[in-house]
Design a protein around this ligand. Sequence first.
Ligand code: G2I
Length: 612
Amino acid sequence: MTLAPAPPYRSRHRSIRRGLTAALITAATVLLPVTAAGAAPTGTAVAAASPTLNELAAAKGRYFASATDNPELTDTSYTATLGSEFGQITPGNSMKWDTTEPQRGQFSFAKGDAVVSFAQAHGQDVRGHTLVWHSQLPGWVSALPASEVRAAMESHIAGEAGHYKGRIKAWDVVNEPFNDDGTYRTSPFYNAMGKDYIAYALQAAHAADPGAKLYINDYNTDGLGAKSDAMYNLVRDLKAQGVPIDGVGFQAHLAVQYGFPTQMQQNLQRFADLGVDVAVTELDVRMVLPADATKLAAQSDYYRRVTEACLGVSRCVGITIWDYTDKYSWVPGTFSGQGLACLWDANLQPKPVLDVVRTALGATGSGDTTAPSVPAGLTVTGTSSSSVSLSWTASTDSVGVTGYDIFRGGTQVGSSTGTSFTNSGLSASTSYSFTVRAKDAAGNVSAQSSPVTGATTAGSGGGGSLKVQYKNNDSAAGDNQIKPGLQLVNTGSGAVALSSVKIRYWFSGEAGSSNYSAWCDYAVVGCGSLSQSVSSSGSSTAGADHYLEVGFSSGSLAAGASSGEMQLRFAKSDWSNFSEADDYSRGTNTSFADAPKIGVYVNGTLVWGAAP
Ligand code: G2I
């Protein structure tokens, strides 16, 4: 499978032993309350919460790890939890090139050695981070003539990976090789060698430490998309060429204001299917401050989904959080006004979201028996001839709300992690009564909300057998691209010829060019069978002066079938920004939901949705 065999080595044995211990003690400890390991008196050895995150993960054949850094290692309250809760650590800075080889040929391993010593003293593995990266690179590398870069890179790898030989479980050999659009990032390495620098780096690392697992690591590759496609193609090619690559790292620096990565588990799985390990390497979930119940619920949801995605892929070997506490998070220093991204707070106290991760890892008996508050303010926000859209106010919970169940006439018709929902497949001109309840990770549910009545509109004679579902794939409402995710569903009893169907997504073009480009990034039906174009709508409704129109060249959609996901994207030719927040068809949901403000036309007749 790879040129880098994996001889068992000592720290690996230790973590297996820790895992077995975890499995044995789990049954005895499940009913104990979670203790606050970080709250131990300074300098005192602490008993970790039982079972620890790593023990929970180990019982599932995984590790749970944290980043750390040298200044933090003098904080004994911090190190108490770092040393007890995690099976592996990653130095956040101390193994980067500017630290380890600040002058050509002059290596300095004191900081990295300190992290390795800490790990060894606590029976932990070490993830080496990182050998070849465009950032935190000393000036002398960037100043080299292109002809000398390969030798300098290989000498750096030989020096550093050689120094740590036998003590590093896995190396992030190459970090962040891609731009967000999937093109290769320019760097001294790419400029000198093209993409071959990646193979050269992996080969040099393999020669220096044949026992280390060798990874490529990047961010914004967590879900399906252009950037992860580029990584996928790279790894596939490297495997085909016999280059020693053992794994792919997915950083997972997430933010609740952006959508959850598209189909993360499926994405990890497709890499695993190439014959490599996968790992979540730098997980954190930030938010714009101040926090509120909705943001905290979304954060819990993201952490839970990442954990579940890894557990759902047998070759996902573990999860690393990019430091465990808000006290030492990189986020506030990089994203002004954002933070609270970690599982422990700035006082080293466990946060409610920690329990969500523990539960996702299989912990039982968290002791939480408090139900969330009852959802308030349930209202009808829109109706069509076959659907009613609802929204409500977020509930609060002692640990964290994980979602809502929606009931129609007393029967559950769906659930939602956010505070809105569209119930579809309804009859025209009919009144329905809805209620909502909130739930938490421990399975506690609130009482039902006060009911609200929603009446569908009269049918328009179009048959209503098609509907469109939407999710927001955009990472930013104010940037220069709009990225709707669409899928067309046939709810009728007969097949529909797709060439007769057009879907319209209305938005506001704002200032800037009135020429557009539109792309299909991914479609289950194949991007080649889709057409997409942007036109002026002539509508004076706010947020609706243009629309993206998606058409199909051929095929038919069987009764009850869905087209599957279509990932669309468009931009103005001058790449000026949009202001999407008020766009007519836009939603903030990041999972597919019926979209009554996106139009479906059959042979020019509107059959789904309300046009502006
Ligand atoms: O940016 C988050 C991570 C993204 N993936 C690669 C990781 O290597 C990266 O880690 C962060 C560290 O957590 C930060 O601690 O990388 C940053 C630099 O790109 C690190 O920040 C730097 C600060 O910018 C410097 O001012 C500071 O001197 O940390 C340095 C050492 O504390």
